[in-house]
Design a protein around this ligand. Structure first.
Ligand code: GLA
Length: 375
């Protein structure tokens, strides 16, 4: 494909952070994410064909083409994010025609800031504009999530796609993943900033383990439901109710459920603290979340645990934890603005000495969701 020439539409589609509320979305709980200033830039144009589409990734310097009439999963995983979205759009609209698309990303892959949701949602958003499909933002979000389920194979919740599309600059979104009601909460954390430390490891069991976690939560719910028929998800289970099942559930299932049930309470407590400017409480809750994710939910790894423990040496860091699905990627840290440089240096040095791996660090700015750059 000729990647140069004139394009009709340019879209920015961001990655996301999540302050707190991890592995709660697919349990119908609450999350507190927002888009950040790392994004995939998409350029779109219609081509002269009715059904041939060409996609080029500038990062991987690779292209592929497909026919709208014969869309099916590919053996190349990155193509599945694209094909899954096309399949989802074609289930609700017959207006797609041939197009060319070039994408260029500054979101590090596998770092827990959801380059995949940015890819799915940027594509869906762009095609919705280009072909005037008239789909709502929520439909685009759901198309992204289903691409992940049906083509990529991860039975993810809705957080990443929702944050990528719906975010508002300077805010986090308190999203109720059951009703999909949401509230924009201003993120005023001066003199602190959000620092991401990328372990640059990605333990490849992650996708399989993710689906296993989801299944374990559902298994727990099935047992609880026998006594409490109104319970449909861990959203409906309080810590006290769960305690009644300590002997009935096996230890692993109990621990998984216990983490989720506590995390649900922590998210709401954190939002309250954020609104009252009690940043220390926000930070303490983040540390508790990490503890639960590491010991009860078991989605951390030595590299992430090391960085979170290391951060506890400094009063200027008020909270840190693994972010996203886990098994590698980034920790999210709330750090005093005057200490960012020194902390980054010391953490990088200690991390390299321990694992012989280079750490990458960057500040994350709460930013606007997927948007048109020009057309
Ligand atoms: C991944 C999934 C999300 C969510 C997080 C964990 O990012 O895509 O749906 O479950 O993990 O909170």
């Amino acid at each position: 494909m000729d990647v140069n020439g004139k394009y009709d539409l340019i879209i920015d589609s961001p990655g996301r952070i999540n302050i707190i509320g991890e592995h709660t979305d697919y349990n119908n709980g609450f999350v507190l994410p927002t888009a950040i200033d790392k994004k995939i830039k998409f350029k779109f144009r219609k081509n002269d064909s009715l059904n041939i589409c060409n996609v080029h990734s500038a990062n991987f310097n690779t292209s592929f083409s497909f026919d709208l009439n014969t869309v099916k999963p590919s053996e190349h995983q990155w193509e599945n994010y694209i094909l899954g979205v096309i399949d989802g759009i074609q289930k609700v609209s017959d207006k797609l025609q041939g197009f060319d698309c070039v994408l260029d990303s500054d979101i590090p892959v596998g770092s827990g800031i959801s380059s995949s949701a940015a890819l799915e949602c940027g594509l869906a958003f762009g095609l919705n504009e280009l072909f005037k499909l008239g789909l709502s933002k929520l439909t685009l979000v759901e198309i992204g999530q289903m691409a992940e389920h049906n083509y990529v194979g991860t039975k993810c919740g809705i957080m990443d796609q929702f944050a990528s599309v719906m975010s508002k600059e300077g805010h986090v979104i308190l999203l109720d993943c059951q009703s999909l009601e949401f509230e924009y909460v201003p993120i005023k954390i001066e003199p602190y900033k959000i620092l991401l430390l990328n372990t640059n490891v990605s333990h490849n069991l992650a996708s399989g383990e993710y689906n296993i976690r989801r299944k374990q939560c559902e298994d727990g719910v099935a047992v609880i439901k026998k006594k409490y028929p109104k319970v449909n998800s861990l959203r409906d289970v309080s810590p006290e109710m769960l305690a009644e099942f300590k002997n009935e559930l096996d230890t692993v299932t109990f621990n998984r459920c216990s983490y989720v049930v506590d995390e649900k309470v922590r998210v709401l407590d954190t939002v309250k603290a954020l609104k009252n400017n009690e940043l220390k409480v926000v930070g303490e809750n983040m540390y508790q979340t990490h503890d639960g994710l590491s010991k009860l939910y078991e989605v951390s790894c030595p590299e992430l645990d090391f960085l979170v423990d290391f951060s506890k040496n400094f009063n200027q860091v008020i909270g840190a934890r693994v972010m996203g699905g886990g098994f590698g990627g980034c920790t999210i840290n709330i750090v005093h603005k005057d200490f960012i440089e020194q902390f980054t240096e010391e953490a990088s040095k200690a991390y390299f000495e321990q694992f012989n791996i280079k750490l990458t660090a960057f500040e994350a700015m709460p930013s606007e969701g997927t948007s048109i750059v020009n057309n």
